[in-house]
Design a protein around this ligand. Structure first.
Ligand code: NAD
Length: 456
């Protein structure tokens, strides 16, 4: 199939490279000419495992990047919209990029030979009703043609996770396709013939749109639920939330029994752990957009509002733990480990690292930040007096406290690196990834004061 993809960001580029690797011919379109040039040179503009190899295999063969949207749409059988859908200043979804892209695609369809059927697919995450009420009218007006009669329109939400995006795309847990008619859904299905075993969910566009939001809102809810329990555990004094969640994870719902009697841990359990909160380009904005959409639809989303409120409070808890452990932050040297919102990516969007760093600096701490891959991306975001390095030993030198924000595997060696330090730094574990007994001074999210460790 010939596929054009509008927006060559995380989703658009990974989707394009994977579809090309599966045998489709793909043109990725972006307004950012420098990005297009890098992609055509075989250079991945984002840090994503497996993407450089995919580009090496497909660029110049079945994949190319271009700024020529009309040309790419005209050439293709199917166009995916994979542009950003940020939250606007009023807290509702900002559909500017989607609307503009749909108008441009519609314009490119105006003079198309009517015998060359075309389908536009919304891959961006958009609130329910957007494809019917915004994208389809924009396509119809700009093309002068009728959806369903002259072209197809559908929704195919993306469930990949940054850090494992290529692997997720290549082994989809499900393929959700919402189309205005069967012809549209059948055409979109052709994209995924390489994955005959993936469950296919066929629906109308609004249902597909809500499936995506519900999936993200569920994960965010699990995280904030765990953090609320963690905050209670900390207040109780003699409870560590890690022990609580370990007991909860043994439930048959989270550790089902297989036919041979053995037990497996459901991946969902990893969202049921207390920490310093969720970030990234999706969960905060998608939950926010759904709350606003609920309000707009006379259905207040009270549970989801609490999910965001709890999340907003978690970075402040790390700052408070550091302040309490050091007996004040003024002029104290604090090393923040992790800038990316999650491991295996350099994406900084909505990372809890920033409110943590701001909170520490507001009380006079001298902050050094470390990240194995996100330092170049962070240079533009952080002020000059936050030192940054990708060298862990350098980052830990002379630290009074070490605050873990991102669960990078590299941080498992922190106890070893600081073993001979005198005095010992306080470890403030925002991800509960280190064994409390592995260091002399340990505290973290969800540990009661009686159980924190302080043997300087
Ligand atoms: P992104 O910001 O990384 O990429 C969007 C790209 O679109 C940018 O490169 C931008 O230059 C380009 N663009 C904007 N308008 C354009 C136009 N008119 N023509 C051509 N290019 C244009 O965004 P992303 O993270 O890839 O997210 C895209 C969508 O996918 C969003 O709706 C997001 O919610 C959703 N999504 C993201 C993820 C994720 O992990 N990042 C996962 C699932 C779904």
């Amino acid at each position: 199939m010939r596929v054009s993809i509008i927006g060559a960001g995380y989703v658009g580029l990974v989707t394009g490279a994977c579809l090309a690797d599966n045998g489709h011919e793909v043109r990725c379109v972006d307004i950012d000419a420098a990005r297009v040039e890098r992609i055509n040179a075989g250079e991945a503009p984002i840090h994503e495992e497996g993407l450089p190899d995919l580009l090496a295999r497909t660029i110049g063969d079945r994949l190319e990047a271009t700024t020529d949207l009309a040309g790419a749409v005209d050439w293709s059988d199917l166009t995916m919209l994979a542009v950003g859908t940020p939250l606007g200043d009023d807290g509702t979804i900002d559909l500017r990029f989607v609307t503009a892209a749909a108008e441009q695609v519609g314009g490119a369809l105006r003079d198309r030979d009517p015998d060359r059927y075309h389908v536009t697919v919304v891959k961006s995450t958009v609130v329910p009703g957007t494809t019917s009420r915004v994208v389809t009218p924009a396509l119809e007006t700009a093309s002068g043609r009728r959806a369903g009669l002259d072209f197809g329109v559908g929704v195919n939400p993306e469930f990949l996770t940054e850090g494992t995006a290529v692997a997720d795309f290549m082994a989809p847990d499900r393929i959700v396709i919402g189309g205005i008619d069967d012809r549209t859904v059948n055409a979109i299905e052709q994209l995924y013939t390489a994955f005959p075993d993936a469950p296919l969910v066929r629906s109308n566009p609004s249902t597909a749109e809500l499936i995506k939001y519900t999936s993200n809102a569920l994960l965010a809810t699990m995280i904030s639920f765990s953090n609320e329990i963690g905050n209670l555990a900390a207040a109780l004094g003699d409870v560590d939330v890690a022990d609580v969640t370990a007991g909860v994870h043994e439930s048959i719902y989270l550790s089902p029994r297989l036919h041979d009697g053995s037990r497996v841990r459901a991946p969902l359990a990893s969202f049921l752990e207390a920490g310093c909160g969720f970030g990234g380009s999706c969960l905060p904005k998608d939950v926010g957009a759904l709350i606003a959409h609920g309000k707009h639809s006379d259905t207040p989303m009270r549970l989801l509002q609490a999910v965001l409120d709890i999340n907003a409070g978690q970075p402040g808890r790390l700052v408070a733990l550091t302040r309490d452990g050091l007996g004040g932050l003024d002029s104290r040297r604090v090393t923040v480990l992790g800038l990316a919102f999650k491991p295996d990516t350099d994406d900084l969007r909505q990372s809890p690292a920033f409110p943590v760093i701001d909170g520490l600096r507001a009380e006079g701490a001298v902050v050094t930040a470390h990240d194995p891959v996100a330092v170049p991306a962070a240079r533009a975001r952080l002020v000059d007096d936050v030192a940054m390095t990708d060298d862990l030993e350098t980052a830990l030198t002379d630290a009074d406290a070490v605050v873990i924000v991102t669960r990078w595997d590299q941080y498992l060696v922190v106890p070893k690196i600081i073993a001979d330090r005198d005095p010992q730094p306080l470890i403030v574990d925002g991800r509960r990834m280190l064994e409390p007994d592995s260091v002399a001074r340990y505290t973290g999210i969800g540990i009661g004061a009686d159980l924190t460790k302080d043997t300087p």
